[in-house]
Design a protein around this ligand. Structure first.
Ligand code: AKB
Length: 317
C-alpha cells in the first residue's frame, strides 16, 4: 500500500490527524514530517518521522520517492495573524510550499489535500450562511494565499488530472496541540485560562461571531473527504465545512455553566479584530453534506464539556 505523507505534522491539525491516520491505516503507512523536531521520546502512532522544509522541492521529492507516497496532506502553513506579521514568509511558505507539493504530486501521481479556511473570504462576501461559490476578495495575505491555493489546486486537477481536494476550515478547537498565530486562537486559549486562573482576557470583542469546529470533527472531515468517491465530487477546492457558531461572550457563557465563577474581559487587538471582522459570520456547508456526507458530531455544549474534561486531565487539575 502506498504511504501517506503529512506535512506540518507537529502543528495543531497534524498532531491529531497523524494518530487518526495511523489507527486507520497502520503506523508504517504514515510519514509524519515537519520543519521542527518531535518532542523528545515521542513514539508510537507517529510512525515514520522526517524533517521536511516544504518549500524545498528536492526534500519533498526525496521523501515521496523513498517512502512510495500516494497521498499528501499538506498542512504546513502560517496562520492568519502570523501571516499578517510576516507577509513575505507567508507567501513563500503558503504558496511556494503548495506549488512544490503539487509539482511533486504531479510527477508521482499523488492525491493532495489542501487546507483552505474561512480566511479565503473577505469583507465583500455575504456574511451569513456564506455560499460555497461566492465572491472571494480577502484583505489579508493569509486569505490571498488561501484563494490562490484553492485555484491552484483546481488548476492541477483540471489541467493535469491530479486528485486534489480541500476544506475551508473555520476556527479549530483542540486540547492536544496549541494553535499558533491564528485569529481564532482565543477559542482555545480561553479554556486553559479558565481552568488555570478562572478568568480570560480576550483579544476579540464580545460579539465577534465566527464559525468553529472541534478537532475530532475536523480530523473526520479530512479523512472522509479524501476517502470520498471522486465521481460524487462536483466541487473540490475547497468545501465549506462548519460545526458550530458563537461569539466570545457566548463561549464564556457556556464555560460558566461548568465553572460558575469564570470571568472574561476584553482587550481588543486591532489587527486580529480587523481580520475577524473581514470573515463570514457563518458558512453554508450543504455542498459538503451532499457530495461526501459531511456531518459534524460536536456542537457548542458537547465541545465545551469535552474540552474541559480533557484539559483537566492533561493539566492534571
Ligand atoms: C486562523 O485563525 O488563522 C485559522 C483559520 C480560521 O484559518 N484558525
Amino acid at each position: 500500500m502506498k504511504r501517506i505523507l503529512v506535512t506540518g505534522a507537529l502543528g495543531q491539525i497534524g498532531s491529531e490527524l497523524v494518530p487518526a491516520l495511523a489507527a486507520r491505516f497502520g503506523s508504517d503507512a504514515i510519514v509524519a514530517s515537519d520543519i521542527r523536531l518531535p518532542p523528545a521520546g515521542q513514539s508510537g502512532p507517529l510512525g515514520h518521522f522526517e524533517f521536511l522544509d516544504s518549500t524545498n522541492l528536492r526534500q519533498i521529492q526525496d521523501l515521496v520517492r523513498r517512502y512510495d507516497v500516494g497521498t499528501i496532506y499538506h498542512l504546513a502553513a502560517l496562520l492568519s495573524a502570523s501571516a499578517e506579521e510576516k507577509p513575505h514568509v507567508a507567501w513563500e511558505l503558503n504558496m511556494g510550499g503548495l506549488y512544490k507539493i503539487l509539482e511533486v504530486a504531479r510527477a508521482h501521481r499523488c492525491k493532495v489535500f489542501f487546507p483552505s479556511s474561512i480566511g479565503a473570504f473577505g469583507p465583500g462576501t455575504p456574511k451569513e450562511r456564506t455560499p460555497q461559490e461566492t465572491l472571494q476578495r480577502p484583505t489579508t495575505i493569509y486569505g490571498v494565499t488561501k484563494v490562490a491555493g484553492e485555484l491552484l489546486c483546481d488548476y492541477y486537477h483540471q489541467r493535469f488530472d491530479l486528485d486534489t481536494r480541500g476544506l475551508r476550515f473555520p476556527g479549530l478547537i483542540s486540547y492536544v496541540a496549541p494553535p499558533g498565530g491564528g485569529t481564532t486562537d482565543y477559542a482555545v486559549a480561553i479554556f486553559y485560562d479558565a481552568l488555570r486562573h478562572g478568568r480570560y482576557t480576550c483579544f476579540l470583542g464580545p460579539d465577534t461571531r465566527l464559525d468553529m469546529m472541534y478537532m475530532p470533527d475536523a480530523v473526520s472531515a479530512l479523512i472522509e473527504l479524501m476517502a470520498a468517491d471522486p465521481q460524487r465530487l462536483v466541487h473540490r477546492n475547497a468545501f465549506n465545512v462548519t460545526a458550530m457558531n458563537f461569539t466570545p461572550a457566548e463561549l464564556a457563557a457556556e464555560i460558566r455553566k461548568h465553572l460558575p465563577d469564570f470571568r472574561i474581559d476584553y482587550e481588543i487587538d486591532p489587527i486580529r479584530q480587523a481580520i475577524a471582522d473581514s470573515w463570514p459570520d457563518s458558512l453554508d456547508d450543504s455542498a459538503a453534506r451532499e457530495e461526501w456526507g459531511w456531518k459534524p458530531v460536536y456542537d457548542l455544549p458537547t465541545m465545551v464539556a469535552d474540552m474541559l474534561d480533557k484539559l483537566r486531565a492533561k493539566l492534571r487539575l
